[in-house]
Design a protein. Structure first.
Length: 92
């Protein structure tokens, strides 16, 4: 099955997320290129009932104002704390 398509070259990476929360990231330079009679490249094996939920091309560089972190704990330290603003009531 074809889940989606992204325009990429050897310098890009693609990330896939399954419905079970499995995330894989692949460098396009690592995928072998075969002749024109090739029927395609299988990128992930999925068990029965599991599907690829989303694919995305990984950005090559961070946008202005973005910062890369080594781990989740470092990133969470930079998240501003929420201020209490009162109660929230659901609307119809």
């Amino acid at each position: 099955y074809v889940v989606g398509a992204k325009g990429v070259n050897d310098t890009h990476e693609v990330m896939m997320i399954t419905t079970e929360g499995i995330i894989i990231q692949l460098r396009m330079e690592d995928i072998s290129k075969l002749g024109r009679i090739t029927s395609g490249v299988k990128m992930i094996n999925l068990d029965e009932g599991i599907k690829v939920a989303k694919i995305a091309k990984v950005r090559e560089k961070l946008s202005d104002g973005e910062q890369e972190f080594e781990n989740l704990e470092d990133a969470m330290e930079k998240v501003p704390e929420e201020e209490e603003k009162g109660e929230v009531y659901p609307t119809e």
